[in-house]
Design a protein around this ligand. Structure first.
Ligand code: PMV
Length: 362
């Protein structure tokens, strides 16, 4: 979609060495993307809140080198100030696949310095923030060198498209407050190729929403998301699941627009449990939830019944529980977490996060 052989630097007028720095957040899906085809295309539309505290900082430095004949990109890579050959190799491999899109990358010596605001081992998705940060750095680089992405919409669309190729759900991290990825008649301009902004749809209540991430376990997942998506291909419930996701998206959009908290909560909790139910009935079956995850979900539902406070849970592909609630009850909910939920978290670990403004160039 974005192949462009004209993006080649003129060696008689080389760019000055410089750098680009982006901070990009993670996101939490309310309607889950689970199941894909082709090159990271989703089987159903998904919708997420963009987070804020859980984020990646990435600095991309570049120096011109007049060598159009090199086989691939030339990349130095530092994660939290240290060399990391495994991440370096993954990044370089991804950048090499992007050479038809950014042929000028071969004409530069690149250095990436990156780090997350949360421990890599926290068991929370770091790929969405890291890959979206990379996509934003690359689009800024293109625009700086060629002036080709001046319109914010063009810039965001290309960044989201690139992020999707690196890690599907990362394409939703580009936008403030909320994003929708996947073709649906419900949202004009929606596409399987990239996400679109959905923040404008939100009722004010959801713009001041919290997502506290309760870290039940930091262990590496027994089954990766990549493997999980692949198992959907033979899952007997796949077709009804994709239809269900579409119907739930319709209902969720109504709740998000009208500020209907109970309707919102029912859909997001049902989505979380459906995601894990799909794992349990894959072949082979597997369970990522842990006793602590179940205890937390049970206590959240009881707390809601006892207090009437609109606190809901969701999950991504792991045992950690995300607590979603409006800013108006933050103090009460923090007390509840402290007293009742922290004992189920590994070393009492909770990441306090909230719906945020999206990525920023620093
Ligand atoms: O982007 P991936 O391939 O890591 O898949 C993410 C899948 C879920 O986090 C479970 C759901 C989602 O939509 O983010």
């Amino acid at each position: 979609m974005y192949d462009n052989p004209r993006l080649i630097l003129d060696s008689s007028n080389p760019p000055e060495a410089d750098n680009i720095l982006w901070r990009s957040p993670s996101n939490i899906a309310l309607i889950k993307y689970w199941g894909k085809y082709g090159n990271q295309l989703p089987r159903n539309p998904s919708l997420s809140f963009t987070l804020s505290a859980a984020c990646t900082d990435m600095e991309l430095s570049y120096i011109f080198r007049d060598d159009t004949h090199s086989a691939g990109v030339n990349l130095d890579f530092f994660f939290h100030e240290a060399e990391n050959p495994a991440f370096q190799a993954k990044m370089a491999e991804f950048l090499n696949t992007l050479l038809p899109v950014f042929p000028f990358l071969k004409q530069l010596d690149l250095t990436i310095r990156t780090g997350n605001s949360f421990p890599h081992s926290a068991g929370i998705a770091s790929s969405a923030s890291a890959i979206s940060a990379l996509a934003l750095c690359l689009c800024s680089l293109e625009d700086r060198l060629f002036g080709t992405l001046q319109a914010a919409e063009d810039f965001e669309r290309k960044a989201s498209w690139l992020a999707r190729l690196g890690s599907g759900s990362a394409c939703r991290s580009i936008f403030s407050h909320a994003a929708l990825w996947g073709e649906t008649g419900l949202i004009q301009g929606s596409s399987n190729e990239y996400a679109v902004a959905a923040g404008d749809l939100l009722h004010e209540t959801f713009k001041d929403f919290h997502d506290d991430i309760l870290i039940v376990s930091t262990d590496e997942k027994a089954v990766s998301s990549r493997a999980g998506h692949a198992l959907m291909e033979d899952n007997p419930y796949a077709a009804p699941r994709y239809a269900q996701a579409k119907a739930r998206l319709d209902a969720l959009l109504n709740a998000l627009e009208s500020g209907d908290l109970p309707a919102f909560g029912k859909i997001v909790e049902d989505e979380a449990l459906t995601l894990h139910a799909l794992m349990m009935c894959s072949n082979p079956s597997y369970v990522l939830l842990q006793p602590g995850s179940l205890a937390i979900m049970e206590k959240v539902r009881r707390y809601r019944t006892d207090t009437g406070n609109p606190v809901y849970f969701t999950l991504d592909a792991g045992p950690n529980v995300h607590l979603l609630y409006p800013g108006s009850i933050v103090h009460e909910v923090r007390d509840f977490i402290e007293q009742q939920l922290k004992p189920h978290c590994e070393d009492g670990y909770v990441i306090q996060d909230w719906v945020g403004e999206g990525p920023e160039e620093m």
